[in-house]
Ligand binder design. Structure first.
Ligand SMILES: Nc1nc2c(c(=O)[nH]1)N[C@H]1C(S)=C(S)[C@@H](COP(=O)(O)O)O[C@H]1N2
Ligand SMILES: [Mo]
Length: 389
């Protein structure tokens, strides 16, 4: 094909495409876009800040030790993270619907304006793809569905920065339009099938449903409203079970009467049977399991202070403790208690929940529970505590 015939074909193709005016709607206008966009931006910002916090909380060796009080802080921030992300789904869909005719805008005639136009389209491509990726991967993670092979946490964290950067550029470029839309609303024509008010109403309702059905997975009593969460039931002691002993492949080892916990400090190694642990001074604490997937539940845990075990092997208070599970594989099979956490009086090697011996699925014979940390670090079926200098 000669180059002129190619250009002709391209021109005919472009002419055949619809133009923005081919998508008339009285509901779709600047104010709708600005309003939904502002709320969407707020959701993204909240999700970003709480996401960075969650990432810091899960670093094995945090640069900054996170505080252990208030004990419910991570529970709230992660609930907000998942709720904001879920609310962003309907907001993003309506936002895209409100602007998609712009996709068919013809490029400007002047070369300089063409470049700017291309740059803007590119930045929007980055914005739409990164935010869509965040919402889809986040929802899939909440549903414990991992149809990918990359590390969820590392990727979700990295793309979060891309999305935030693209969002900042977008807001900066659109600031004049956003200002006018909020400050000098045009009003709208009376005719039309769907009004802007209806679209806005449905959008807020969808976002509210998303928030309620997510947040409900953290509120006892209304947990059954959390239709969007996978952990809807309650398990023994009022706490849902994340992974069962059978699924973790530890059912036999955990129920073995010969079980002994090893506590190690340098060359010192001491072994404790479940009965030994029960005979030690016991403490209780009301602490939540706050899963990164968004659900959380509080329980009364009883057991031995980690600090007492550190003391028993002669290690200094404030040492970090490496926790190993009977479970051999999986990201949750080990965790680390930073020094400030291990020294906390509410960092417990739990033997009971709600006054009953720990159930096999909640981590029998013993599990870690400590204040203000992601559920993923509350290791179950603990077999070894290694105190680190
Ligand atoms: N050994 C082990 N510990 C684990 C897990 C696991 O899969 N294996 N899951 C973690 C996660 S992600 C959460 S949210 C909590 C859930 O504890 P629960 O099942 O007692 O509610 O346990 C944590 N401890
Ligand atoms: Mo979790």
């Amino acid at each position: 094909m000669s180059s002129t015939r190619f250009t002709d074909a391209l021109t005919r193709l472009v002419d055949a495409l619809p133009e923005p005016d081919d998508f008339p709607s009285t509901a779709r206008n600047r104010e709708l876009t600005a309003r939904v966009g502002t709320w969407l931006g707020a959701c993204f910002l909240l999700a970003f800040l709480t996401g960075v916090w969650s990432h810091l909380a899960q670093l094995p060796d945090p640069v900054l030790p996170l505080p252990t009080r208030p004990v419910w802080l991570y529970r709230v921030t992660q609930g907000v993270h998942v709720a904001a992300g879920t609310a962003a789904v309907p907001l993003l869909l309506v936002k895209l619907w409100s602007v998609f005719p712009q996709l068919f805008r013809r490029p400007p005639a002047v070369r300089r304006a063409q470049l700017l136009d291309a740059a803007e389209r590119l930045s929007i491509l980055v914005l739409v793809s990164s935010t869509s990726f965040q919402l889809v991967s986040g929802l899939a993670n909440s549903a414990q569905w991992y149809p990918w092979s990359f590390s969820f946490r590392a990727t979700h964290f990295a793309i979060g920065w891309v999305a935030m950067g693209a969002l900042l550029v977008h807001v900066a470029v659109k600031l004049p339009v956003i200002r006018t839309a909020w400050l000098e609303p045009q009003g709208q024509p009376a005719q039309g099938t769907v009004s802007r008010r209806t679209v806005l109403g449905v959008t807020w309702a969808a976002a509210a449903v998303a928030v309620v059905t997510t947040a409900a997975s953290s509120v006892p009593g209304v947990r059954r409203l959390s239709v969007l969460a996978t952990r809807t039931g309650t398990g023994p002691g009022g706490i849902p079970v994340n992974k069962t002993a059978a699924a973790a492949g530890v059912a036999k080892a955990a129920a073995d009467p010969a079980f002994a916990l090893v506590v190690a400090w340098g060359d010192t190694e001491r072994r404790f049977s479940r009965a030994d642990l029960e005979a030690m001074p016991q403490t209780t604490a009301t602490l939540p399991i706050a899963c990164v997937e968004g659900w959380s539940a509080s329980g009364v845990w009883g057991g031995v202070r980690v600090a007492d075990l550190v003391d028993l092997v002669g290690a200094p208070t404030g040492s970090a403790v490496l926790v190993e599970s009977l479970q051999r594989v999986g990201a949750s099979s080990r965790s680390r208690l930073p020094g400030n956490v291990a020294a906390d009086r509410e960092a417990i090697l739990a033997l009971t929940l709600a006054g009953e011996p720990l159930s096999l699925d909640h981590g029998y014979p013993c599990r870690v529970i400590a204040p203000n940390r992601p559920g993923a670090l509350q290791t179950k079926w603990v077999s070894r505590l290694e105190v680190r200098p």
